[in-house]
Design a protein around this ligand. Structure first.
Ligand SMILES: CC(C)(COP(=O)(O)OP(=O)(O)OC[C@H]1O[C@@H](n2cnc3c(N)ncnc32)[C@H](O)[C@@H]1OP(=O)(O)O)[C@@H](O)C(=O)NCCC(=O)NCCS
Length: 98
């Protein structure tokens, strides 16, 4: 599975990729995912990001729960974005100013 984020600073948009982002199955629910998300958000804040986007498989409810917990909202969908298995991606967005 993969996800990526887009940061928008003023009128400019920059992209950063987190690529494939698996946490070792034997070490899940120990806060590693939380630290990764907090690091992305902190980096975004430091670089003046106003919003950060990512994509996540529609059926990946665990990752969605992680992102929702950190203030991301679902704002869109990319049809058949993933393959093996073919699946939609949900686009989630975090806003600095709400
Ligand atoms: C999604 C993933 C990165 C979460 O990493 P993690 O280190 O287990 O997450 P954390 O321990 O920090 O959990 C933080 C929150 O995520 C959510 N969450 C994580 N695993 C969950 C699970 N199995 N069921 C329900 N919610 C889950 C919960 O909201 C959790 O908060 P809580 O423990 O207070 O309920 C990890 O499960 C993983 O590597 N999955 C496979 C790869 C993947 O999906 N990568 C992301 C692609 S976009």
């Amino acid at each position: 599975m993969s996800c990526w984020a887009t940061r928008r600073c003023g009128s400019r948009a920059t992209k950063g990729s987190s690529g494939t982002w698996p946490c070792d199955p034997t070490r899940r629910r120990q806060g590693i995912g939380t630290r990764l998300v907090e690091n992305i958000l902190q980096t975004g804040r430091l670089h003046g990001a106003r919003q950060i986007f990512l994509e996540v498989r529609e059926t990946n409810l665990n990752a969605q729960a992680l992102y929702l917990k950190h203030g991301f909202d679902v704002v869109g969908r990319r049809r058949a974005y993933y393959s093996n298995p073919k699946e939609d991606a949900l686009i989630m967005r975090w806003l600095l100013i709400r």
